[in-house]
Ligand binder design. Sequence first.
Ligand code: BGC
Length: 725
Amino acid sequence: MADNPTARARALIAQMTLAEKAGQLSQAFAVPFLPPVDDRVAAGELGSLLFVTDPARINQLQRLAVEHSRLGIPLLFGFDVIHGLRTIFPVPLGMAASFDPELVEQAQAAAAAEARASGIHWAFAPMVDIARDPRWGRIVEGAGEDPHLGSQMAAAQVRGLQGPHIGTPGRVLAGPKHFLGYGAAPGGRDYEPVSLSDAEIRNVYLPPFAAALAAGAGNVMSAYMDLNQVPAVASKGLLDDLLRSELGFEGFVVSDANGVENQVAQHFAPDSAEAAALALIAGNDMEMALGPNAFAHLPALVEQGRVPADVLDRAVERVLVAKIRLGLFENPYVDEAAAAQVLATPAHRALAQMAAERSLVLLQNDGALPLAPGAAKRVAVIGPLADSIADTLGPWVFVPDKAETITVARGISERLAGLAQVDTAAGVQLLRAFPSGLEAFGGKVTPWSADDAANQFDRAVAAAQAADQVILVLGEAQSQSGERASAADLRLPGDQMHLLDAVLATGKPVVLVLLAGRPLDLTGITGRVPAILMAWYPGTRGGAAVAAALFGDVNPGGKLPVTWPRSVGQVPIHYARARTHTPDRADSLYHDLESTPLFPFGHGLSYTQFDFAPPQLDRPVLERGGAVTLTTRVRNSGSRSGDVVVQLYTHQRAGRAMRPDRELKGFQRVTLAAGESRDISFRIDGDMLSYWHAGERCTVLDPGLFDLWVGPDATADLHIGLQVN
Ligand code: BGC
């Protein structure tokens, strides 16, 4: 029986009271600003806790569960391990810009090791919501707009977090979230009700979840908002039918924080008891709650016949099976003395630096970059994000290694030690108002007085004036990105444009580094600065990575995982749109703005150049069930080594549905030495060219002519046709 988790769970369930069962399905936040959870744990009222990161506290709480609760069932500790725990990696959108799933897997494996060594068993990650509207603050947490890239990143993260199987030593349970459609928030407004057609659900929003499940994810988090008029947390169609029956998910589903109770606020459920019944019956197994758990009503609901006893037992079984698989019954405690050896090791820091380097996207460059180290004797690093630890790390960071965090200013100072004098000035402040109750999550800044503000501004301009080279570091504060951080305006927040104007007015050479969790409106900037490097929120070693790129020690090779709009008026925007009946007039979508984005999906420059040879197919026809191989030769025609991401896009010319104008179906990031050429191949089969059809309600492949393009971004123009029979 020891080898059979289900049998073992059932044996335990046979001994449990209804209240103990409800307890296993109840999860609470263990944070200082909420009521203590200790007594509830000892009473068997809680099966899981979140937000504890201190190994000693984890053991203390675990002892209450194991030694004091009647059945001694260990607690499951979960946490938002989104892009690292102590060692912070770039935010997920930045990691996606690496177009390097292997690196993403390694980074999440390191994050998992740090989490597990702290006593955390489960990460509320990856966030795999497709996002096509940069106003939505949580675009930063995912892999961007594209289902194929999103699927690759989702699977890589699950492999990294969880390892080859649930219970792999040094790894944690992975929980892709938020099921389903959260990223389609209209207007980018967080938590807003979402309407999506079945075809959009199947072809765009579902694939990254399917990929995460195929990689073995043991948990899924349901979403807050209503999808097509039913809160996702209460949707049997989404959870029991689509996720479980159709996708075959066998793990457990957790609600989002307070998602069960929220149905009352959403005016969907009349009261918490009904909310609990709806959520459990729909397919949630565990309730994450900020206040009292609505699932505490489950015993009464079962007694009243409103919730079938076997539905309750099934949920308990799923939770217990996860605990058994994770080995918690054998090893409930964490080795407190050993934790420190795993946290923030030099190897993790080195990996974080590599990840940051590979996530950098060189948006534009007229040759100003790379800078020659030492060529300028005085360098000014200016901007509110230049020397801010929190803004180097980004959102969803709670217990980082601050002392080891290298800001851009520090990275540049260290790189230029002995070569140049480096001055730093913030110039302006980035402030945001916090929703009440959320101040504790950090990022709150004490505003400068009017005098201080004037002095700081003047000091920054004077630093620019005195310098031979200015590096501006602008963008968004970490508190302006993430959950509850949607933006109606994508221009640089605060007084940053004034600072930029004043610095440019000095006439000194300027390059711009952007730190942000979303594409920003660069109107009035791109034409005035020669070079722009997008650094996202680059993490613990971010400043060292940025300095290495600015001074040419590394050659940027990251690519945009999102289309970069010219202004907020173009959003939502993404490249994979279907055609209109006037495709030739696509340049006049707006009468007052160009139709093309500022930078296309997949864009990113390098300090070298790459040439692509026209693609070739090993055979001109794809027979059903078969495969063809497309090959293109890529050459580094510049004078230094660099990375290129070879991208494959496809399009069907005619069929039973209008398909996107082009869709990313393959990518490979390769490093080529100066002058080196390499043949890059993609295998193309029917699965790659098929899609879910709304009328047929299944996946279909339409025979006919397909366009294939390869190139360095979504505007790739090297084309070859493929006949599919
Ligand atoms: C977020 C989740 C997160 C949870 C716990 C929620 O507000 O939507 O993504 O995992 O909080 O922090």
